[in-house]
Structure formats: structure tokens, C-alpha cells
Design a protein around this ligand. Structure first.
Ligand code: CA
Length: 235
């Protein structure tokens, strides 16, 4: 796993001993870990640095877990963050309610740590397979994230650092349409003021570099929405 890109897992849990145990075990799996003790803190932390996965307790002070889940799902920037709900309630109705609100998985307390870790790995593999890979490919495009080499049809492409980050982001989510604002957050970082048109400039450079080695443009411009690595791209 590429050290610089360790996935971030946010634990939202008010029971300190459980948090400590989860933190220790998840870190040991090779992930980065952040902790929030209540729902309000969790929502703030997600805004600051969106995690790759959230372990979300149902019973939380201030804002309950199910409400945190609902709020995250209602915003475009946080809609796709995988969530595993933790709960002491085992009733089927609650399970259904949790999944309805958009949780990706559900685990009932008390649970075995090995089972929880297996679920964490499964959710990350299913939703963000790119997180755990060093080489990302799409059609005849590939990025080696260890050596930072980009190739199209086996030939090396030289990209500037911003174009490299854009392509890496697209390769992590093939087919998904990103608005200029989402690309700014993902590539330049949230809280940095850059004009949205800057994105168009760098997309233009990325396109030019990538298309020198091939005749099909893999980047699709989605009118009034943004950009995507095209799903139908088949060189
Ligand atoms: Ca709790």
C-alpha cells in the first residue's frame, strides 16, 4: 500500500474504551484513524478532511448517528463516503432504518474485532478499490503511484503535478462526474481559494498530454456539471 495515500477511517463513538480498541486495531491494518466523540464533532471533522470510511455509532450525544448519516447523505460532497453503523440495538427495524438512511453496512454490538475489520476491508474494497492499489488503470491509461509514472498504451506521458493529481482522482472514480468545485477540493484541497476556471485550464493541459499518445479522448465534459473519466472509453 502506498504510504502517502493511507485511507482515513473516522471513528465516531462516545465510549472511550471502545474507541481506543478500534483505533488501535484499525491503525494496525494500515489505515489512518481520526476520532470524534459526538455527532456534531463528526460533522465538523468530515468537513475538514473527508474520511474514506466512517464507523458511526448509533447512540451518540448531541447529534445521533442516524442524523449524522442522513446529513452526510444529503450533501453532494459527502454523499459517497462509506458508512458502517455500530449499534447496540439488534432489531430488524433499526437495521432497515439505518440502511434506508444510507449506511453501507451495519454491525451490532458487541462484535468481534476480526469481524469488524473484515467489514471495513470489504466496504473499502467494494466502494473504493483504488485506495489499496499502487497501479490504477483505465482502458489504455495507467498510473503507477509508487513511481509516479503515467502511461498510455505503454508509452510514458509527462504530466505536471496538478494534472497528475487530477488524473489520479479520475482513475479512482471512473465514470463519476465531478463538478469543478469537487475537483478543486480533491486536488487543490478544501479551504484553498482558486477560481473554478483554473480547473478548466488544468483539464485542458491534462487532455492535451493524454491525447498525444492516443486518439480517443477519455475525459468527458458534462455540460453544466463538470468532468468525468468516460465509462464508455474503449481505446
Ligand atoms: Ca454510544
Amino acid at each position: 500500500m502506498n504510504g502517502a495515500r493511507k485511507p482515513l477511517v473516522l471513528i465516531v463513538e462516545d465510549e472511550a474504551h471502545l474507541t481506543t480498541m478500534l483505533h488501535y486495531n484499525i491503525e494496525k491494518e494500515g489505515f489512518r484513524v481520526a476520532e470524534a466523540r459526538d455527532g456534531e464533532e463528526a460533522l465538523l471533522m468530515v468537513q475538514e478532511e473527508p474520511p474514506d470510511l466512517i464507523l458511526l455509532d448509533w447512540m451518540l450525544p448531541r447529534v445521533p448517528g442516524i442524523e449524522v448519516c442522513r446529513r452526510l447523505r444529503s450533501k453532494a460532497e459527502t454523499r459517497n463516503i462509506p458508512i458502517i453503523m455500530l449499534t447496540a440495538r439488534g432489531e430488524e427495524a433499526d437495521r432497515v432504518r439505518g440502511l434506508d438512511t444510507g449506511a453501507d453496512d451495519y454491525i451490532t454490538k458487541p462484535f468481534l474485532m476480526t469481524e469488524l475489520l473484515a467489514r471495513v476491508r470489504a466496504v473499502l474494497r467494494r466502494i473504493r478499490p483504488a485506495l489499496t492499489e499502487d497501479v490504477l488503470t483505465f482502458g489504455d491509461l495507467s498510473i503507477d503511484r509508487t513511481s509516479h509514472r503515467v502511461r498510455r498504451s505503454g508509452r510514458e506521458i509527462h504530466l505536471g503535478p496538478t494534472e497528475y493529481k487530477l488524473l489520479d482522482h479520475f482513475l479512482q472514480h471512473p465514470g463519476r462526474v465531478f463538478s469543478r468545485e469537487q475537483l478543486l477540493d480533491a486536488v487543490w484541497g478544501s479551504g484553498v481559494y482558486v477560481d473554478a476556471r483554473t480547473v478548466d485550464v488544468h483539464i485542458g493541459r491534462l487532455r492535451k498530454a493524454v491525447n498525444e499518445q492516443g486518439d480517443v479522448d477519455p475525459i468527458r465534459t458534462v455540460r453544466s456539471a463538470g468532468y468525468a473519466l468516460d465509462e464508455s472509453f474503449q481505446p
